[in-house]
Write a protein that binds this ligand. Sequence first.
Ligand SMILES: NC(=O)c1ccc[n+]([C@@H]2O[C@H](COP(=O)([O-])OP(=O)(O)OC[C@H]3O[C@@H](n4cnc5c(N)ncnc54)[C@H](O)[C@@H]3O)[C@@H](O)[C@H]2O)c1
Length: 375
Amino acid sequence: MIIGVPKEIKNNENRVGLTPAGVAELRKHGHTLLVQAGAGGGSGFDDADYEQAGAQLLPTIADVYGQADMIIKVKEPIAEEYPLIKENQLLFTYFHFASGEALTHAMIERKAICLAYETVELPNRALPLLIPMSEVAGRMAPQEGAKYLEKPLKGRGILLGGVPGVKPAHVLVLGAGIVGTQAAKVAAGLGAQVTIMDINLNRLRELDDFMPKNVVTQYSNEYNIREAIKTTDLVVGAVLIPGAKAPHLITRDMLKTMRPGTVLVDVAVDQGGCIETCRPTTHEDPTFIIDDVVHYCVANMPGAVPYTSTLALTNATLPYAVKLANLGWQAACRQDAALRLGLNVVHGEVVYKGVAEAWGLPLVDVAHVLEPVTA
Ligand SMILES: NC(=O)c1ccc[n+]([C@@H]2O[C@H](COP(=O)([O-])OP(=O)(O)OC[C@H]3O[C@@H](n4cnc5c(N)ncnc54)[C@H](O)[C@@H]3O)[C@@H](O)[C@H]2O)c1
């Protein structure tokens, strides 16, 4: 198969869909790899690294789209890319169709095969191609929080780990899933006193077994959150109710009960945020202040660490990319139920329920588009 890796052109996106290691792996299986010159630059990979791994470099994005059977990238195509996409071309990337009406219509019109990272789903309901980005954002949250707790950045002026003779900071993590667990581990590693809350008692039991002694688990309810925030220095918002907006666990009135300079890092901002006063911010202007409380609500936190994020993402996507390339998308999706759930838009038909519902479009059964072609 001819596989194309374009350079991401979405504003401030420095990740790339395939590393030189991924190129080498796909070459081993006999595929042709076309990489746009400069595609890996933002993640620290030179053109020479790709060439050495066996890729051919192409000068423009149009060359890559024009020749490839499968495109592997990171972000959803943006308007400039729509006309480059060919009928029957397989696009393997994040799409987030439910928040992109124009994108959905464009992909229907292009009659491409859109396999979305975010809906590839394992039988235990885990989302293997979202987990790596949650891990990155979770580990970043205390790091960013620690920075904004510094006085010149309007924080309380407290060091997360304290020093001998001085108590450490208190960190409250709301949600004990992927983001919350990684956030608690890093905050604890920096020496903070961490409380992690969830409504899933079994999850709290698991954490209690392996977290260090400076992490305590507590059931999440309004009373416990109201009490905790009075003495918390850093809150990490990490709740998720799949398919729904995040619940507001910290409401506007609660800000007044916090100490000035408290920092809120609402990682759940991409689902509306679990802090009522949160609104999406960017890496250029990551914070704002309400009632003397610092809000950090960057919607694409992993974008700030493209080297780590690219490696984490491609570790997870590569086995699926190899399967798609070796078998073709039809056979690969017939064989692998997780991959099949990644199909969102195929040959102009919407085959994923959430996308059809989001934009009032007819839903076509995925089995229909997977039927073997008969002579
Ligand atoms: N901002 C970013 O750059 C970025 C990056 C990655 C992920 N995210 C987002 O972070 C959020 C968390 O992702 P995740 O992968 O950790 O999800 P997850 O499903 O692994 O964990 C969510 C946890 O929230 C818990 N929860 C639900 N309701 C709760 C409540 N009322 N109180 C306390 N806990 C509650 C669930 O029981 C679950 O354990 C998602 O919205 C995700 O999209 C954002």
